[in-house]
Design a protein around this ligand. Structure first.
Ligand code: GLU
Length: 283
């Protein structure tokens, strides 16, 4: 019996890809008497629109899903700070003042999420008083934990490669957003007792970092299920505000949500949308 979750960020309306993700998580849990949780990932203070949480609940109910809601990220900031302080005390965080443009200019390799941080501020710490983010020293962290593995339900056992994403930010520069996605989601999944993390294959590489954080912070290790993504007729993944009508648009236009959920479960995607060709275990 698994505990799964759907964890949308309230920075734009949900689209069919989110519906598919929520249905996968819901069905994996409830087919065996487990629990399906909804968690609003509103850590990004600058971009979050609180009213969207209510829209998301209406969308899920329209699809015919049932869920338990757990506390939103904005209520857990203290826990993120404690964890960051723990990692800092272990000597595994370093301050970084680099801008996005500086990183893009200095990077020597591109990882699954774009330019990989080249460690500029690890070699040359920023001046005191500058606004800084805090990055995980992945090399030092991996030296401390030794090799790690994790398990994906669809692609099997994986050797953790947090080095592929490099020294990710765990505490952001922006005071409105105290913890990064990686730190917050790892702590939340543990706090919520998630046993099977279900999400799109676009977050496959992030799991390497999450596995490392779990080991460093002594958190339980769940299993993962990275499902294929829905693609538009040009083969691009669906994106908020770009190429797919939102669930709320469909709901308000009177479409039958239960019927849409039935089609998504059967793999019959509406309007030229396809399910991506399986999972890419290559990061
Ligand atoms: N909040 C993330 C998003 O909306 C999902 C995070 C996750 O499932 O791990 O893309």
């Amino acid at each position: 019996m698994d505990v799964t979750r759907f964890a949308p960020s309230p920075n734009g309306s949900l689209h069919l890809g989110h519906a598919y993700s929520a249905i996968v998580a819901h069905d994996l849990a409830l087919s065996e008497g487990g629990r399906f949780l909804l968690r609003i990932e509103d850590i990004d203070g600058g971009r979050s629109r609180p009213e969207l949480a209510e829209e998301f609940r209406a969308d899920l109910a329209w699809l015919g899903l049932e869920w338990e809601e757990v506390p939103a990220q904005s209520s857990r900031v203290d826990e993120y700070e404690v964890a960051a302080a723990t990692l800092a005390a272990m000597g595994l965080l370093y301050p970084c003042s680099c801008s996005r443009a500086e990183i893009a200019a200095a990077a020597t390799r591109t990882g699954p999420d774009g330019p990989v941080y080249p460690g500029t501020c690890k070699a040359h710490p920023p001046a005191r008083g500058e606004a800084v983010a805090w990055r995980l020293d992945v090399e030092a962290a991996m030296a401390r934990t030794g090799p790690l593995v994790w398990s994906d339900a669809l692609t099997g056992e994986q050797v953790a490669r947090p080095d592929l994403l490099g020294d990710v930010v765990l505490v952001r520069k922006d005071p409105d957003t105290p913890a990064s996605y990686h730190l917050a989601v790892t702590l939340d999944d543990a706090a919520d007792g998630i046993t099977l993390v279900t999400r799109g294959a676009d977050l496959f590489a992030a799991t390497h970092i999450h596995r490392l954080l779990q080991e460093l912070l002594g958190l339980p290790v769940p299993r993962w299920h990275h499902h294929a993504l829905l693609l538009d007729s040009d083969g691009r993944k669906l994106a908020k505000r770009r190429n797919s009508p939102s669930l709320a648009d469909r709901r308000l236009a009177g479409e039958d949500g239960a019927e849409l959920a039935r089609l998504l479960r059967m793999g019959e995607m509406p309007g030229g949308i396809t399910l991506g060709a399986g999972l890419d275990s290559q990061p």
